[in-house]
Ligand binder design. Sequence first.
Ligand code: DGL
Length: 263
Amino acid sequence: MNDKERPIGFFDSGVGGISVLKESLKVLPNEDFVYFGDSLNAPYGIKEVNEVKRLTFNAVDFLLGKGVKAVVIACNTATSAAIDDLRERYKDIPIIGIEPALKPAVEISRGKSIIIMATPMTLAEKKFSNLMKRYNKEVNMIPLPCAGLVELIESGIVEGEQIESYLKDKLKEFMHLDIASIVLGCTHYPFIKNELVKIVGDKTFIIDGSIGTVNQLKRQLNCNSLLNEKKTEGIVTIYSSSTTSCSSTSSNMIDLSYRLLKS
Ligand code: DGL
């Protein structure tokens, strides 16, 4: 197998990165993908930074063992904790991260407010405060840590009363503001976008970082001459560190991942 034919590795703490993989299938339909979700150790966003680093290195080693030609860290939390160290260690392979999509949100929200929903770790890390500093003169930025939301999504709950009341409670103190956009700074959150729209209405833009990440992946593959030239549709293989049942709605994490991929 030549390098171009090797698969692309995707990693998240659980099923969240499937939201980025979904976009990748549209942009790179002829590529093969290997996805690893560390559901056994999710959520990452409330752990110690060094622990997330350790888990992320283990996950990348697992993907490299599968012969991947590039790695997408499809997790904002793992990106903020480990991306610099990963690039330092694995110099021979493109490593693409994801971060809260503040730039497009600021462009459409000048003079108004933006809410950034993400895990406590993503919002506490230096990477995010640097990002905030770049834009906070142009808009009113409201970082909103959402502990507990990843757990609901990991257990297969993406709609209904529990998600609705979680979101209403989180957002209630901001409902009087002129919120132009909400940035989904965690790859799990696009799966609850419909519930979010019900609460904030369809005039508020809801933005996530997946398109920017996938475009960056394509650019990196292109400039490293790694784009797959085959004409047939690519294959997706999903691995999870946990295959145990998390709720009555998901028989296991791999089933849930495929279900979300097709949703
Ligand atoms: N999908 C991960 C992210 O983008 C969730 C992190 C977690 O497991 O808490 O941050």
